[in-house]
Design a protein. Structure first.
Length: 169
């Protein structure tokens, strides 16, 4: 656990990639996500840079569903969708390319804490006209409201320590 201003930020290999990401852990997380995600008719797995990439990559390989990475830098491609993002400890901009009207997508990510990233991503995907079929995060911190249901593998509470309060594996 580290402090970022007044925010207690927890560090874990799945959420931060440090100290290392063990292949067995990554395989376990992705296998659990496959059990809970609705992938029926899904065209793309959508992840947000950076810590959703490793999860999305493994899921893409396991399912043969292409992965789309929402980036934190501009590419200026035709149709690029730009959306502001605010989390518990940062502000930024997200850039979506390669998602089009009628695409059926699932969102996977490492963690939801405040819901800021997922709310911004959902708003941007509405602009593209894509249908969000399902959402799953590895770790849910507290009970953030993102404006629609989502799934998590574990729910934690963070005080001066991290406490697992619910397992959905």
């Amino acid at each position: 656990m580290v402090k970022r201003g007044d925010y207690n930020y927890f560090i874990h290999p799945i959420t931060d990639g440090v100290p290392i990401v063990d292949p067995a852990l990554l395989r376990e997380v992705c296998s659990a996500m496959l059990k809970v995600l609705d992938l029926n008719g899904v065209d793309k797995i959508v992840v947000v840079e950076a810590m959703g990439i490793h999860i999305g990559s493994v899921l893409s390989v396991m399912t043969d569903i292409p992965m789309n990475i929402v980036r934190k830098r501009e590419y200026k491609l035709p149709g690029e969708v730009v959306v502001d993002q605010t989390t518990g400890y940062s502000k930024g901009v997200l850039y979506i390319n390669g998602i089009k009207e009628g695409d059926r997508v699932v969102i996977v990510d490492d963690v939801v804490s405040t819901g800021g990233t997922l709310r911004a991503l959902l708003a941007a995907l509405r602009i593209t006209g894509a249908e969000v079929v399902d959402i799953c995060v590895a770790i849910q911190r507290g009970n953030p409201d993102i404006g629609r249901p989502y799934k998590s593998l574990v729910r934690v509470e963070v005080t001066e320590k991290v406490h697992v309060v619910e397992r959905n594996l």
